[in-house]
Design a protein around this ligand. Structure first.
Ligand code: EPU
Length: 420
């Protein structure tokens, strides 16, 4: 398995450019199925999961033409409604293909999506299925491994999300675009990627209002036209690199980003003494000494993102005092902190949702295995501040979300090598 070898202790400096958001790109690709005309997507990040999405779309019969970080997608000749098990069970967002296929063809078969398990156990898709049923679809399930969703005469509906979910909000919003009548979705997630998806679909002729608020209304239309989508900057990459700069006490300019999308993190920076300057599309992280501890609780957007909990935990190992980190979105997304303890951090796990970190502590190089994408970036940051050399195995998990991470960090002066 490919691994990173990182020797820590260097102060970094320079500029790092933010790529298009993984979690926006992964929805736009399946959304292309909703239109029979050609879709252009710009600012695509060059990461593993995007390649897998394109493979799945090609397998359905779509034609994709790549031009650097742009792609033209033509789904006119899609000729099947069955997601290949071999391709779809490799990544979680294969489930995002289900709604658009159902809306356009009235049926779809698919395996339980695979991907990052975040802790233990596979992630449920019950809310997706419940939502499709609310439109009048029927769902057949085989041992929780394969599903067949059918509905030739779907109808707009009013649906309340019992759990706030990003991908389920996006999935039902996309599906409703081609379903006759009005759909009202209540208790929706409000992430910027949802608003970006709605803006793009509206440009193609969809009638969506309220995206980015808890209530989204969609008036079904019969077809969507061609469209061009410029993927918004990745706010989790932005936050991860800002935390990396703070933890390594470095001056780093983060460009092509949207600081407005990480206000929850910047507000915490103000409280703990992390210095930065910001512009409309850049963030200049300044060296910051004597960082103070501060408690965080992950929350749906605009709250503190679960995807930044792990790099924040690394920063707290360098802060003065006790900090309580509460993970409220995913079960067992704090298990990775055991690796931080192995590196010398002083961490007590109170229960699966809460850890207390006492800082500051020195960290030491270790041999580790990256359990998932966000824990992976946290381990990279920990390795950059640790004494000695750290080996991080299974960096495939990092390649899923961070394009050419080693090359970009090397440009900032990091001592990081990839071993394939
Ligand atoms: N949930 C269910 N049933 C479902 C779907 C979700 O119980 O059918 C639960 C989840 O288990 C979780 C909660 O709902 O406890 C909320 O999860 P959500 O559905 O919002 O997560 P998601 O939509 O699967 C997206 C991002 C995640 C990010 C979360 C929270 C994408 C592709 N993924 O996931 O990103 O952590 O929202 O903001 O948009 C990542 O990028 O590393 C990542 C995991």
């Amino acid at each position: 398995m490919p691994k990173f070898i990182i020797t820590g202790g260097r102060r970094l400096s320079g500029e790092i450019k933010i790529n298009g958001a993984k979690n926006a790109a992964l929805k736009i690709i399946p959304a292309a199925i909703l239109s029979e005309q050609t879709i252009t997507v710009n600012n695509l990040p060059g990461i593993e999961d995007i390649g897998k999405s394109f493979d799945l779309l090609t397998d359905l019969g779509a034609k994709i033409t790549h031009r650097g970080s742009s792609a033209e997608i033509d789904t006119k000749n899609i000729n099947k409604t069955e997601l290949s098990s071999k391709l779809a069970d490799k990544f979680r967002t294969s489930v995002m293909f289900v709604g658009p296929l159902l809306a356009r063809f009235g049926e779809v078969s698919f395996p339980h999506p695979g991907g990052c398990v975040i802790g233990a156990g596979s992630r449920p898709i019950d809310l997706f299925l419940e939502g499709f049923k609310a439109f009048g679809a029927t769902v057949e399930e085989e041992d929780g491994k394969c599903y067949r969703v059918k509905g030739k005469k779907l109808q707009g509906t009013t649906y309340f999300f019992s759990t706030v979910s990003v991908t389920v909000t996006e999935s039902l919003m996309m599906t409703a675009c081609l379903i006759p009548g009005e759909t009202i979705l209540k208790n929706c997630a409000m992430e910027p990627e949802i608003k970006a998806l709605a803006d793009y679909l509206n440009e193609q002729g969809a009638k969506i209002s309220g995206a980015g608020t808890p209530i989204i209304k969609i008036e079904g239309v019969t077809e969507l036209s061609a469209g061009t989508f410029d993927i918004i900057p990745d706010r989790i990459e932005t936050g991860s690199f800002a935390l990396l700069a703070a933890a390594t006490n470095s001056e780093i300019k983060i460009t092509a980003c949207n600081p407005d999308h990480i206000l929850s993190l910047l507000t915490v920076f103000d409280k703990i003494g992390v210095k930065y300057e910001e512009g409309a599309d850049w963030l200049l992280m300044k060296p910051s000494k004597n960082i103070r501890s501060y408690n965080i609780k992950t929350h749906e957007y605009p709250g503190f993102p679960t995807d930044l909990q792990s790099p924040y935990a690394v920063l707290m190992t360098q802060a003065h005092g006790l900090s309580l980190i509460q993970e409220t979105i995913y079960d067992r997304r704090l298990i990775w902190t055991d690796m931080l303890s192995q590196m010398g951090a002083n961490i007590i796990m109170c229960d699966p949702h809460r850890v207390v970190i006492s800082g500051p502590t020195g960290l030491h190089g270790k041999k580790l295995i990256s359990p998932d994408i966000r824990a992976g970036i946290a381990l990279v940051i920990a390795a950059l501040i640790a004494d000695g050399t750290t080996e991080i195995d299974n960096i495939y998990q990092l390649d899923r979300g961070y394009e050419k991470l080693d090359e970009r960090l090397k440009k900032l002066g990091a001592d990081i090598q990839r071993l394939d």
